[in-house]
Design a protein around this ligand. Structure first.
Ligand code: SAM
Length: 235
């Protein structure tokens, strides 16, 4: 059942430290212990990650580039960035998720040459991240933010960012809103947190207010996964 009211960010943290951790560790993994819907989400999410890695490659690669991956989950982006030579600071509100990211990184480098700068993994909400990074990434985290917290989220992420911000979110369109409503009518174990869709124009306006201009856009849509991906650079 959806957890509503109260401290929503605490509810998200609890979810991703418990039942959500088990669910998303599988979805973001490689084993076949996933159902049809989870497999579809896994494949959709992998496309988003591939697109980000493709953009970064086209733009000269990440060797020596400082990257803050906010809400890193199990490290689907942070780990390949680190093994490609970025100086990665990866954090997540869930200690279980970021612990899994660290474990996956360690498994990855076991038989390979480790990057010269090992990534830093930390359990913390993105509002607590400090410092300045060439690139900030934040994939599929905004879905956990109600509209009234999104502006502050984008203000904070842009303040960490010297050059570019890569961010993805579930876009608000009438079609997706209807699909989401239909999904909510069928309660199941996956409905443990609320999911929020966001109008692209609102996200774009928040970026513009912070002096960021969108230079790349992508959309990944499978049957159960919808994610708008934006790259914005400081003007
Ligand atoms: N970015 C990762 C990826 O694409 O593989 C994970 C995406 S997963 C759907 C959402 C993640 O956001 C979860 O790991 C959750 O714990 C994290 N999260 C949610 N709210 C957060 C917050 N306020 N600060 C940091 N992480 C947060």
């Amino acid at each position: 059942m959806a957890q509503t009211g109260g401290d929503e960010s605490e509810a998200v943290k609890n979810y991703f430290n418990t039942v959500g951790f088990e669910r998303w560790r599988k979805i973001y993994g490689e084993t076949d212990e996933v159902n049809r819907v989870q497999l579809d989400i896994r494949n959709g999410h992998a496309k988003t990650v591939e697109k980000v890695l493709g953009w970064l490659y086209e733009e000269g690669g990440v060797e020596g580039v400082s990257v803050c991956d906010a809400g890193c989950g199990t490290g689907s982006l942070a780990v390949p960035l680190a093994t490609r030579g970025a100086t990665v600071s990866a954090s997540d509100i869930s200690a279980a998720m970021v612990g899994e990211a660290q474990k996956r990184y360690e498994e990855q480098i076991r038989w390979k040459v480790a990057p010269s700068v090992p990534p830093k993994f930390e359990a913390m909400g993105l509002e607590s991240i400090t410092g300045k990074y060439h690139t900030v990434t934040c994939l599929d985290v905004m879905i956990h933010y109600p509209q009234d917290r999104v502006n502050a989220m984008i203000d904070h992420l842009t303040s960490l960012c010297d050059n570019r911000l890569i961010i993805s979110f579930a876009p608000y369109t009438i079609g997706y809103a209807v699909l989401k409503r239909i999904g909510e009518l069928f309660p199941g174990p996956s409905k443990a947190t609320r999911a929020y869709l966001h109008a692209e124009s609102d996200v774009e306006a928040a970026l513009a207010r912070n002096g960021f201009k969108i230079v790349k856009r992508e959309m990944t849509a499978t049957s159960f996964y919808f994610s708008r991906l934006l790259e914005a650079v400081r003007e």
